[in-house]
Structure formats: structure tokens, C-alpha cells
Design a protein around this ligand. Sequence first.
Ligand code: FE2
Ligand code: FE2
Length: 502
Amino acid sequence: MSAMPRGFVDLVVNEDETPIQLLKQIFVTLQTRRLRGPADARAVAEEETLHGLLQDLAEREPIRIQRSGPHLLVDRTRVRPHPEVRLLVKNLVQDLDRFGIGGLVLDPALDKDSLRSFLDAYPRLDAVLLENDVAVKVTDSRGDDRIVLEEEVEIVPGVVIFPYNPESAEEGLDPTERRRQARRTFFKALKAARHIFKQAQLNRIAELRKTRAVVHEMIDTVVEEEFSLLGLAAIHSFDEYTFQHSVHVAVLSVALGQRLGLARSELSSLGVAAMFHDVGKTRVPRRVLWKPGRYDKDEWRIMRKHPLAGARELLRMGGSSDLAVRVMLVSCEHHMRYDGSGYPKLGDDWQQGLYSRIVALADCFDAMTASRVYMERPFTPDAVVRYMLENAGRMFDPDLLREFVGLIGLYPVGSLVRLENGELAVVTEPPASAAEVERPRVRILLPGDHGFFAGDERSLSDGPAVDPRYRIKASCHPLDFGVEMDDLLEEHYLDDVVESAA
Ligand SMILES: [Fe+2]
Ligand SMILES: [Fe+2]
């Protein structure tokens, strides 16, 4: 075990550590000042460190620290309760609650004096707020006195505190912000995928740990904003097919795993495995990998080596940890089929594991819908779903496939449909529930001088099932209508203007 690279052993989630570091330092400084007094040398040193840390972030936007129920959000991202930060999160949340405030916005460029005044005021912030008439004392239903800040106030230059809003805290983030976060997560994952393939190509060791951090973010986003992430996973217009494919497969696999009720740790391994499933393709010569059109027999033979090549690659990366083994298995088994056909052939009684069966579904769906980049008349997403359903029990695990269709709908994001009333529409979000696989959310297309343009959104499950405006009549092929699907999806998912107008 000792010779194993750290990447496989150290499973601590390593995210963007900056906010965490900052929180830790705020906490340590406050504690030291409390225990030793603000003039004590150690307390002053901690204060200096805190100021230095802020200075390093001076280029950044002001940092928003906010409580949301028992959680703490930094820049609208929830601080995950690692053992080492659990205590500080709990304490800071309790403090904010005691002060009657929702949180604070810290300008990292604030000067030393302001920082000191803020730290001085902090232990008795509630009293300061009352004295300054910006907070009131109310008696709650249990008869306890509480302080409530009434409006946003700049308590010292560079530190703004704001009221607590239980509603927004319960709901978490506003939808636009959630979409934005989904987008950030998606592009971060894309970067991670690019990194994995580059490292593998250079015979270097890709860090499973880094991938795991991205996957954790993905899991959070899937839990909170599945729709946006699934939407992003439907866009195939970026050039980097392999990276994009890895991320799409990971998003779809994690979303399916979450639907199946897998534990967070399992989702995390599943997501990492999905990100790495095609890493063996780095061992396929480019002339084959990027060949347009059909493969001949020889090229197929080469192509079919990638699952085992991937497993070998991962082995070379040095893994025998649980995670590493799972990742290898998925690479090895993702082109096997439910009925034992497929490749590679590893013996009659070899069966695809659960993760591999999940990844195989996501893989096939994404690969086939991506065909629109290189096929003359590519498959539409709903045609891919129909094809997969026809192969339930042969290529795919039928139970998993049913769940998968419940997730993406019969008309997945990116399908072009005609409604019963004659309107043309693009599917932008999967149905709200598995019981409504035929009633996704769509964006109506309106005819213009230069082809169609996107009009209003409509959730087909919102209207009566008999209303023709809420019923899909048939799916259509974008080519027959001159609709640029990826442009539409990009506009829908990547454009802020559209987001805020929607
Ligand atoms: Fe593959
Ligand atoms: Fe693949």
C-alpha cells in the first residue's frame, strides 16, 4: 500500500480551498482574540495572517459569507462539513444567528484599521447593532428575545452585514444563480477531463483526487440543479469531443445514480469512474480515433482495445484502492452488454457491474446523440431513447434503462417536437417527474426572417393533458426545419441575457 501514489489513497475532498482557508483564519483569529485578548502577541499575529490572506484575494470580488439553515455559504457555495471545518461552521452559524444577521460581505481589499475595528466589534455585534438602531429586539413564539437586523449596513469600511432571510435560506440560491453555478461546475469538469486526457497522453499520473473534487461539486449541482446540468450535457458543439463526452457521461451517470438512491460516496466513485471511462482512447492512434465515417475491420479491432487499454492505464497510474479498482472495472466493462455480448470478452460468466451498467447507458446515449457533429443525418435524442428502449434487456439493464428514461424523458433535452396545436418547440428541461416522461419543459420556436428563433418557455406538465398546447404530437428532425439545435441550446443554457429574461 505504501508505494501507492497519493492520488489513489488520499480521498480527502480537495476543492477550491481559498474560502475554507479564509474561514478558518477568521475563526482562529476570533478565537485567539477571545482567549488571549486582542492585544496579545499571538492574537496580533493571527490578525496579521488574516489580513495577509485577504490581501492575496484583493483582486477578487467581495466575499459573501452567509448562513442558510445550519449551513454556511461562501460565495453562494455551501461549505461542505469536512471534519476539520465542522466546528467552525457550527460556531460561525451560531454567531450569525445570535447577532440576528444573515451574513456579511467582506471586501478583501479592506485596510488593517477596518479589519481591526471589525474584529473588535464582532464579539458584541448584536449590542453594536442595537446601539446604532439598525437592529431590533423581538420576542419569538417561544418567548425568547431575538435580535433582528432590519437592513443591510456597512459596519466598517469594507464589511457589509445583511439581514437573515429564512425564505431565501430555505430555497438556497435563486434560479439564475443556481444555473450559473451549474455552468461553472460543468466547465470546471470539462477542464478536469482535459487534464486527465493530457496527463494520460504524456504518460503522467492523472490525479484521481482532483477529479473527485470536481465530481463532488457535480453531485451537489445534480442534487440542487439537475436540469441545468442535464441541459449542458446535451450540447455537443464544442470541439473537444472526448473531454465533453467524459463530462456528459459523468453528469448523466451521477444523475442516474442519485435517482437510484446511491450514497454520496458511491456517487463520487461512480462519477470519477465515468470521467475516466474512455481514458484508454489515449492509446488509440489519432488516425483511427478521429477518422470521419465508418471504421474498417482493422480499425474496429484497434478501437475495441480501448476498454482494456484504459484499465491498464489506470493500473499503471498505480491503483489498488477501492476507488481505483472501481474505475478500472468501469473502463474495462463499459462496452460489455447486459446479455453478455459486447467487448472485451472476459469469459462466459463475467457480468457487468452496477457502475458499468450505469455508465454504459450514459455512454451510449451521449455517443449516439453526439453523432450530430459528424453524421449527415444524425440521430435525434428521442430517436436514441427509442433505440435504447428497443434494446432493453439485450444491450442494457432494463430496470436501469427505465430509470434513465424517467430521468431524461422520452424527449430528452435537445429534441425538436411538434405540439398538437402545430407549434414547433425545443425540449429544454426533462419532465418534472418520471410519471410524465412525455411532458417535458419546452421552448416554443417562432418563425422569423432568418429561420426560427426561441420564444417563451412552457412546461408541458403545467397545463391540462387534453390541451393541445401542452401535448407533443411528434418529434421532428432539426434538419427538416433548418433548426440549429446546438445554437439554440447554447443560447438557452449559456446566455445570461436569455436567462434573466426567461
Ligand atoms: Fe468507450
Ligand atoms: Fe465513451
